[in-house]
Ligand binder design. Structure first.
Ligand code: NAD
Length: 308
């Protein structure tokens, strides 16, 4: 019971990783607001209420959980969610941002709505939740923000909206960590790898097959995606980050999957060149000569041009 007496919110907790986290947090003694509007994979409105099922599952164990059906993408709704937690449980110790949608298209086919929707749920939604929760956490000088980034932050074909949101979440998380650490609040980002409806479904598998045929995905990558482990392996790391024991784990990026967690050193300087003459000003001619043998030595184009 490592979270005994704690209370907080897990967003997108009706399914997938959020659900696994809500169940584990409750098992560890926390009271949980189980948020999920029951959105479709692409963010479409449905009549599904998966939050109710998770609340019922938690209730069977004797732990406390209450459903919330609002969208993290709306500033006012996120504020209501935080208020609901404070009113229901008398406090808010953690916010875990596991809500998510996908709209996958190459940049030239992506609509403005595809871009805006994904940014709204992931990046703006994470900011909305943190913004409202931290106002209360700061008064208590205690809090945990766990955000969900993705390995897609490195760049991911067909996901420019999602990759941009996930990279943005890293900058947001690391800034929250620096701003709020002095108030006893930590913020860390997770990059999970788990089989959920987001990652493994018929349409996705068909798309992976097409990518293998087009040489955009190796067969080994395809096989590893097909053998993706469940979301329950991600949840322990998130629960750990919300414990008192993790009070000095702050501003980090974690990758989590079955039997393997690692950190990312994002933003570390890799290579440098210096200019001492000419007031430190490089010329373009110098760069044309210098860069291939220094900053870019041995580094290949991530996607070289092909014949049309
Ligand atoms: N599964 C993976 O391997 C993987 C990899 C990288 C990142 N992630 C991230 O992990 C998080 C969880 O993803 P998942 O795989 O469990 O997906 P999932 O589709 O199984 O669950 C996401 C849940 O978020 C809910 N949701 C959608 N829009 C919402 C909104 N506006 N407000 C609140 N909830 C909303 C959905 O209803 C759904 O139940 C997401 O942020 C996702 O981007 C997942």
């Amino acid at each position: 019971m490592n979270l005994e007496g704690k209370a907080g919110i897990v967003t997108g907790a009706g399914r997938g990783i959020g659900r696994a986290i809500a169940l584990l947090m409750a098992k560890e003694g926390a009271s949980v607001i189980v948020n999920d509007p029951g959105a479709g994979r692409n963010g479409e409105v449905t009549t599904e209420r998966p939050a109710d099922e998770v609340v019922a599952e938690i209730a069977k164990t004797g732990a406390k959980a209450v459903a919330n059906y609002e969208s993290v993408a709306h500033y006012v709704s996120a504020g209501r969610m935080v208020a609901q937690c404070a009113e229901t449980f008398g406090k808010i110790d953690f916010v875990v941002n596991a809500a998510g949608v996908l709209r996958e298209r190459m940049i030239w086919n992506m609509t403005e709505d595809d871009f805006d929707t994904v940014i709204a749920v992931h990046l703006k939604g994470t900011w909305n939740m943190a913004h409202h929760a931290i106002k209360l956490m700061r008064r208590e000088r205690l809090g945990r923000i766990v955000t969900f980034s993705s390995d897609a932050f490195k760049g991911s074909v067909g996901q420019c909206n999602y990759a941009a949101a996930k990279a943005g979440i890293i900058g947001l998380t690391r800034t929250i960590a620096r701003e709020c650490g002095p108030y006893g609040i930590t913020a860390n980002a997770m990059c999970p790898f788990a089989a959920t409806r987001m990652t493994v479904n018929d349409a996705v598998i068909a798309n992976w097959k097409r990518r293998v045929e087009a040489g955009l995905l190796t067969q080994a990558e395809f096989d590893s995606r097909m053998a993706m482990p469940g979301p329950e392996f991600v949840a322990p790391m998130v629960a750990y980050l919300c414990t008192d024991a993790a009070k000095d784990v702050n501003g980090q990026i974690f990758h989590a999957e079955k039997s393997h967690y690692h950190t990312y050193a994002y933003g570390e300087v890799a290579r440098s060149i210096y200019k001492y003459e000419n007031n430190g000003e490089f010329t373009v001619d110098e760069l044309i000569k210098l860069i291939p043998s220094s900053l870019m030595a041995g580094i290949a184009n991530v996607a070289p041009a092909k014949e049309a």
